[in-house]
Design a protein around this ligand. Structure first.
Ligand SMILES: [Zn+2]
Length: 131
């Protein structure tokens, strides 16, 4: 099973099949969101009173250390670490915008991508795309 960690404090972010993140929407409301931990599965859960509308760009934070998880590639993406069964770490970058399906997994000099929106940010990865 893969594990997901905060790149800043190393906290494990996945519980059961979901990745727990702290979020802030465009009107400054705070809440928690649950992402599916399978890459390319865009099922997202959040409290019904935490309003996240389609096309809204969230600020995402580590729920353990509260550091901003914005990607160093672009402000449009968030960055977390995935560890595979062997403990090998990979950078995972994904869109912070609700409804935008774009995920990138960096493997050495190449990038594996998921989601129908992936062409939008592929140019931020100066790598050869596989898959
Ligand atoms: Zn953290």
């Amino acid at each position: 099973m893969n594990n997901f960690k905060c790149p800043k404090c190393d906290a494990y972010l996945n519980i059961c099949d979901q990745i727990v993140l702290a979020a802030e929407n465009e009107i400054g409301q705070h809440g928690l969101i649950l992402l599916h931990q399978e890459l390319g599965n865009y099922t997202v859960d959040f409290h019904e009173k935490f309003n996240v509308t389609q096309g809204e760009k969230l600020k995402l934070y580590c729920p353990a250390c509260h550091k901003n998880l914005t990607s160093h590639k672009t402000d449009e993406l968030a960055h977390i670490v995935m560890e595979d069964e062997d403990g090998t770490p990979f950078e995972i970058h994904f869109s912070k915008t609700k409804g935008e399906e774009a995920t990138y997994k960096i493997e050495g000099k190449s990038v594996e991508y998921y989601g129908i929106s992936h062409p939008k940010y592929l140019n931020f990865f100066n790598l050869s795309a596989i898959k």
